[in-house]
Write a protein that binds this ligand. Structure first.
Ligand code: ADP
Length: 547
């Protein structure tokens, strides 16, 4: 995943003169100190590149504030001088754009220095974190203090953080896997620099900020997820009390068309919470891509990986076409009873299932990783998958009703499209309580296949949207396109909220497809053009002006 480019075209924020930009940099430096502001190409490299199918998008600068007050002051300067800011927390955002902004020329507001764990409340089982806190850091903190609390890391990156992941509505694998659902109480710097505390935190001296989500009046927290309405500076997250016992249930299935039976089997178990973990149903190649070497000698990198290679490599690792991981938690007696019930049902209803012996399965890195995911332990194994086929990766992630026939239909849509563009289908279905996230990885070679990968990504997005399946999250290059697929009233409401909270449009323009139209000059005053819902033509990434 080496990023070779060290020089960049000098890029300014759109519509900002070199003089105004220099003034902004001087002001930012006064606020955060000169070590925490940079315009140097070498320092901007990581913010300009991702190993996804889009060319570099260069920011104009990076600013690293160290406190909420510094963020407030930076935001006020940015507002006065109309400088676009792109906030990020731990900056992983893997396969969705990493540290890239939608437009070139943004000033990246890197909050990684703000990495304090502000509170751990053991009896009420919650933590309050700043943006730069990582899962690995929080895990270490809990273990060092021997606190009987679990967190819920995502599959790919211990270096990602609970705040950034939650504001992007990321998911994990324990019963607390829907991260936004298990968050409570935010502090937010608004685009005008004021500080908002959501939920119960709106009461000065609140005693219930991080334990009662709803507070009094409208519930605002959702507005600050998957949007660009504010900079989240504190977040309460609920932690799962360590259960006295747990038992993973691991199974494999030989046929691709077993997927329908698997998902129909899981629906009642998920909806009744008999299986409270997220249940991952991963295709063989997804697991292999994390562990096996890509078979260049068989494909030359131009053909899909042969079936018999997949079967042979899978068999070496206790894997098969579909690989299912779920987990039961509770007292030893409850766990034993529920696990036995699930196994009996498997025996009765899923004739193709092979239930794995746990001790044996834990010898395989993939299964060991899955068990870690379901028991709150950060793990790196799946990281290997990101560079499997030459380094490019992007997620396509539509949400699907938890029916077997729907999963089968997804395979019918996805497989031919991956094939049409010369890529392997690499995917998994993750069963939540009523839906399944169908997460597919587009793994492509850098830079030869970027254009083809981009076309494939777009066609997949459209094919799923055409059938009523919306991605829960998307890549920075496709945010505006995805928003353009939504109802104009929804788009209009998003724009109105943006206009109300960020009338100068300085915060993360284009994020999740929300962007104010440029101001129009009328006489001596600036007015905004009438609001227009985003067109279905997606914008080209990297809209900054050259210096
Ligand atoms: P992670 O490292 O956990 O994957 P990131 O820090 O990369 O998360 O954040 C992912 C995206 O979420 C960022 O690109 C940004 O758009 C948004 N984001 C992250 N942190 C904040 C924040 N504190 N306030 C507002 N938006 C944020």
């Amino acid at each position: 995943m080496a990023i070779p480019v060290l020089t960049r075209p000098a890029v300014l924020p759109k519509g900002v003169s070199p003089r105004t930009f220099s003034r902004a940099i001087r002001e930012f430096t006064r606020i955060v100190g000169d070590r925490n502001v940079s315009v140097s190409s070498a320092e901007l490299v990581p913010y300009a590149h991702d190993v996804i199918m889009i060319p570099p998008i260069w920011p104009s600068a990076v600013v690293r504030p160290g406190s909420v007050e510094e963020i407030q002051r930076v935001v006020r300067v940015a507002n006065a001088l109309r400088i676009p800011l792109w906030p990020l927390s731990t900056g992983k955002n893997i396969a969705y754009g990493r540290m890239m902004a939608v437009d070139g020329g943004n000033v990246i507001l890197d909050l990684g220095r703000m990495n304090r764990i502000l509170e751990i409340n053991e009896p009420l089982a919650y933590a309050v974190v700043e943006p730069g806190v990582t899962y690995a850091q929080l895990y270490k903190h809990l273990r060092e203090r021997n606190l009987p609390l679990w967190l819920d890391p995502p599959a790919t990156a211990p270096g990602a953080g609970p705040l950034g992941n939650t504001v992007e509505r990321g998911v994990g694998y324990t019963p607390y896997g829907e991260h936004f659902l298990f968050s409570c109480g935010m502090e937010i710097v608004l685009p005008d620099g004021r500080l908002l505390r959501t939920g119960s935190g709106a009461l000065p001296g609140s005693r219930t900020w991080h334990i009662f989500k709803w507070g009094f009046g409208p519930y605002l927290d959702g507005l600050f997820t998957a949007s660009n309405y504010g900079i989240v500076t504190k977040l309460g997250i609920w932690l799962m009390p360590e259960p006295p016992a747990y038992q993973p249930i691991l199974m494999t299935f030989p046929n691709e068309d077993d997927i329908g039976a698997i998902m129909d089997f899981l629906r009642p178990l998920k909806i009744t919470h008999l299986l409270p973990s997220a249940v991952v149903v991963a295709h063989a190649l997804l697991a292999l891509a994390a562990e096996a070497d890509y078979p260049w000698h068989l494909t030359g990198g131009t053909r899909p990986v042969p079936e018999d290679w997949v079967r042979a490599e899978a068999a070496k690792r206790m894997l098969d076409t579909w690989n299912v991981a779920g987990c039961v938690y509770g007292s030893p007696a409850v766990v034993a009873e529920v696990a036995a019930t699930v196994r009996r049902k498997v025996a009765a209803e899923l004739p193709h299932a092979r239930v794995l012996d746990l001790d044996e399965a834990l010898q395989s890195p993939y299964w060991d990783h899955k068990v870690r995911n379901m028991t709150g332990v950060p793990s790196m194994i799946e990281y290997g998958r990101l560079s499997w086929r030459g380094g490019g990766n992007a997620f396509v992630a539509p949400v699907v009703p938890l029916y077997g026939a729907e999963a089968a239909k997804h395979m019918e849509i996805a497989r031919p499209l991956f094939q049409k563009y010369g890529f392997d289908y690499i995917g998994e279905f993750i069963a939540a309580s009523r839906d399944q996230h169908h997460v597919m990885m587009l793994l492509h070679k850098q830079p030869e296949e970027m254009d083809r990968a981009r076309r494939c990504y777009r066609e997949l997005t459209d094919a799923f949207c055409d059938q009523g399946y919306l991605p829960y999250r998307t890549n920075v290059a496709f945010m505006e396109h995805t928003m353009s697929r939504l109802d104009p009233v929804f788009q209009d409401v998003c724009m109105r909220i943006k206009e109300a909270l960020d009338p100068n449009g300085i915060l993360a323009p284009g994020k999740n497809g929300i962007r104010l139209p440029p101001p129009r000059r009328s006489g001596r005053t600036l007015t905004r053009r009438a609001r227009r819902p985003a067109s279905r033509k997606s914008r080209r990434p990297g809209g900054g002006r050259s210096r």
